[in-house]
Design a protein around this ligand. Structure first.
Ligand SMILES: Cc1ncc(COP(=O)(O)O)c(C=O)c1O
Length: 419
């Protein structure tokens, strides 16, 4: 059993390792980085304690979310007024998720294969703790969501990053590289589909390679599908666990944080085989009964079952595509920046490497000179160096102002780097 102290130090190590590995820790510390209190990413700032200091900046790195569907808000209020303030593991919500998985993810499961969690992030740490032991190796694409590697390391595993390939300026999964990187100690593959921050949507053939590798090498898969409905241009999201034999070795993580704009309500879930679910359930119980709040569970049912649900998703997607197109059109080709269109998800990843590989420096420059906040791409792995992550979840007027500032800052960067 881990003691409190060594668990804390593992968390700190997991948190810092990526940065130390890349020689980024010192510059980040020197800049006085903070763990931004509204999101989950680092951003360079010289005023770690001064909230007002952010008022003058436009944040295009994380983005604010759109308003939550009124049916969700009403369901939460009604639940509170009706006195649902006790422990709850909602059978109704699990039934709604079973129906969602069948309709949208081609997964046929029973309610006991679903474990509700306080957001997707809780599912990541639970599955890492359940499946990984110290000394195990986990393969994670690079770039990919920073929380995957953090959680694997907290479980004591060693993380090996598998660089994605760049094709026509856009990152895409490299199946052969994943196969080549599998070692005898490899125990699991963790990945986000769609990918944060690149917006890559895994194809059926990508997933077939992962499934085949998992079967041949007896690997577990932790598949984070938090953005499964945020898919653009008629693309189709495919769940790995829907492949024959894959449910037995996969923990699928989904939730309502993104497309339903419910990040603070903390609704996530894990889907796994019955035997794995029993282990995960014990772990969830040990972790302070890490269920979503009771009131939120009613909101979750409303999100998944209200009659205007599909229309809501359609409208949200339309808005995302509009903001995505504004973003890529403003930046792609501007002074050598490349900003390919993401296929899915919440973000675009713009390549600013024409101004050097030090994306922290670039982000800081843009903040200082143009008052626009971005997130350095290296947060998501070495392949993200020289890139900046841009969020698509801003109201169009805010995004337009943010992009205008980014263009102004980029012009200054271009001028200064040529002098
Ligand atoms: C890929 C990915 N997974 C998990 C999370 C965290 O999700 P939640 O807030 O539901 O815990 C995020 C948040 O941005 C994310 O981008």
């Amino acid at each position: 059993m881990l003691t409190k102290m060594n668990l804390a130090s593992r968390v700190i190590d997991a948190f810092q390792l990526d940065y130390r590995d890349r020689g980024l820790l010192a510059p980040l510390e020197a800049l006085g980085t903070i763990y931004h209190r509204y999101g989950q990413s680092f951003r360079p700032t010289e005023e770690p304690d001064c909230e007002e200091a952010h008022n003058d900046y436009i944040d295009v790195g994380i983005g604010t979310y759109f308003p939550t569907h009124p049916a969700v808000v009403e369901a939460c209020i009604r639940a509170l007024q009706a006195g649902y303030t006790q422990y709850l593991d909602s059978a109704e919500l699990k039934e709604a998720i079973v129906a969602k998985l069948a309709a949208e993810n081609s997964m046929t499961v029973e309610p006991e294969q679903i474990l509700l969690t306080g957001g997707a992030r809780t599912g990541i740490i639970m599955s890492a703790l359940a499946l990984l032991n110290p000394g195990d190796v986990v393969l994670i694409p690079d770039p990919d969501y920073v929380g995957l590697g953090d959680c694997a390391r907290i479980a004591g595993a060693e993380v090996v990053r598998v660089p994605m390939a760049k094709v026509n300026g856009a990152f895409r999964f490299d199946p052969q590289r994943m196969v080549d990187f599998a070692l005898p100690r490899t125990k699991a593959i963790m990945f986000c589909n769609p990918n944060n921050p690149t917006g890559y949507l895994y194809s059926r053939s990508d997933l077939e390679v992962i499934a085949d590798l998992a079967e041949r090498r007896n690997l577990f898969i932790i598949a984070n599908e938090l953005y499964d409905r945020l898919v653009f241009d008629g693309g189709v999201h495919i769940s790995l666990a829907s492949f024959s034999g894959m449910m037995e070795r996969t923990v699928t993580i989904q939730g309502l944080t993104k497309i339903y704009d419910m990040s603070g309500l903390r609704i996530g879930w894990m889907v796994a085989s019955k035997s794995l679910t029993r282990t995960l359930a014990d772990l969830r119980m040990l972790a302070c009964q890490a269920l979503p709040p009771s009131i939120s569970q009613f909101g979750g049912v409303a999100a998944l079952t209200n009659p205007t649900r599909d229309e809501h998703v359609r409208q949200v997607l339309e808005l995302y595509v509009r903001i995505r197109d504004m973003t890529t059109e403003a930046l792609d080709g501007y002074h050598g920046v490349s900003c390919p269109k993401p296929m899915a998800g919440h973000f675009a990843l713009a390549d600013f490497s024409v101004f050097g590989a030090d994306d922290v420096k670039t982000a800081l420059f843009l903040k200082r000179e143009a008052h626009v906040l971005t997130v350095p791409g290296s947060v998501w792995g070495l392949c993200g160096c020289g890139h900046l992550r841009l969020a698509l979840a801003n109201p169009p007027a805010v995004q337009a102002e943010g992009l205008a500032r980014l263009r102004k800052g980029t012009e200054l960067l271009a001028k200064w780097s040529n002098t």
